[in-house]
Design a protein around this ligand. Structure first.
Ligand SMILES: [Zn+2]
Length: 345
């Protein structure tokens, strides 16, 4: 960063100049929002191996989680109410305030299944114009009394290299379930800490739903069944995964077998397999994964592990749109309606 000497500025010049710079900063922030919108419109973040614009902003643009969150919330609210751009440029509405309003509206939708209308959001924004974070909080509490039951937001805080403090709210029903689990497992550990309890519950759950653990269990079962039989039995899942040289015969169904599914989940290590061809960056998403035919089944008749991949929802959708030649389909009409022109700085 360039060192600028400000010693020659008079006090009046210094105050006037900082006003100009802050105004430019706000214009620039809006410009960044416009660029993010275009990146989302073109699905560039998906192409580059990110399952969301949020992860793209953190990894590629080096924003903090909070900064990325504020910008994406602002982007969403500006998309819905483009007329508020003037208030952002004038400084009447900050990204923090906008983000708080957008988060409260989302929370209301999550809780009541009712979407806050654009008109309601607009009148709310009028009320929070020029208000501080604390004042905005008070206005939102008054406007959404149904959200006040949320005592404190959930937090994760790194306490040391191998310890993370987690805070979350538990209702009486959950506390009752914890007690039942403690009672039922008292023969193993009569007084488990919450950490031990969560370890136990996580292991139990993962044993039931994690395809990789299921595959390993199936492998152990397979080994026991084939013990004493032919030494030539291919009983290592890993060796099946690595053996990609052999092209399999066509499979009779678009759905792959349970065994093939286990092989794919093991190969992918329960993670989205989309890779950006240019950079080699692989998507890190591990939630809501789906199986996808690399070459459509209607063309390949192949549902073997060689033609199947594990993709997150966003990359599965992205690939489907690409396959249909509709990669610019999403949100296209919205962009034309909004006339989201970028101001020249
Ligand atoms: Zn993905």
């Amino acid at each position: 960063m360039e060192n600028i000497s400000l010693k020659h500025y008079t006090n009046a010049e210094l105050l006037a100049e900082v006003q100009i710079l802050v105004s430019q900063e706000r214009t620039l922030s809006l410009k960044v929002i416009s660029f993010l919108r275009e990146i989302r419109f073109r699905s560039l973040h998906l192409e580059m191996g990110y399952s969301s614009l949020f992860t793209f902003c953190i990894a590629e643009l080096k924003y903090s989680e909070a900064a990325a969150y504020y910008r994406i919330n602002t982007l969403d609210i500006v998309d819905e109410l483009p007329e508020i751009k003037q208030a952002i440029e004038s400084g009447e509405l900050s990204m923090t305030t906008l983000s708080m309003v957008q988060s409260a509206c989302k929370a209301k939708k999550r809780k009541t299944k009712i979407k806050v209308s654009a008109e309601d959001k607009k009148s709310l924004l009028e009320k929070v114009k020029g208000k501080s974070k604390k004042q905005t909080e008070a206005i939102l509490h008054q406007h959404f009394p149904e959200l006040q039951t949320v005592a404190k937001p959930e937090t994760e805080k790194k306490l040391s290299d191998d310890l993370i403090g987690i805070f979350f709210n538990a209702d009486p029903e959950l506390m009752k379930k914890f007690k039942e689990i403690k009672d039922l497992t008292a023969h193993q550990n009569p007084s488990p800490s919450y950490q031990e309890l969560f370890h136990m519950m996580s292991d139990f759950m993962l044993d039931r739903i994690d395809p990789v653990r299921k595959a390993k269990r199936a492998l152990r079962k397979d080994k026991i069944q084939h013990k004493g039989e032919s030494q030539l039995q291919p009983c290592e899942v890993e060796s099946t995964v690595e053996n990609t040289a052999e092209i399999p015969p066509p499979t009779p169904s678009r759905h792959c077998s349970a065994k093939t599914e286990r092989v794919i989940w093991t190969r992918a290590q329960s993670r989205c397999e989309h890779v950006d061809n240019k950079t080699g960056h692989r998507c890190s998403e591990t939630r809501r994964l789906q199986l996808d035919h690399m070459i459509p089944y209607a063309v390949s008749y192949d549902s073997s592990e060689h033609n199947m991949q594990l993709l997150c929802t966003q990359h599965n959708l992205y690939r489907a749109k690409q396959g249909l030649g509709l990669h610019l389909w999403s949100r296209g009409w919205e962009r034309d309606q909004v006339n989201y022109s970028v101001k020249k700085a």
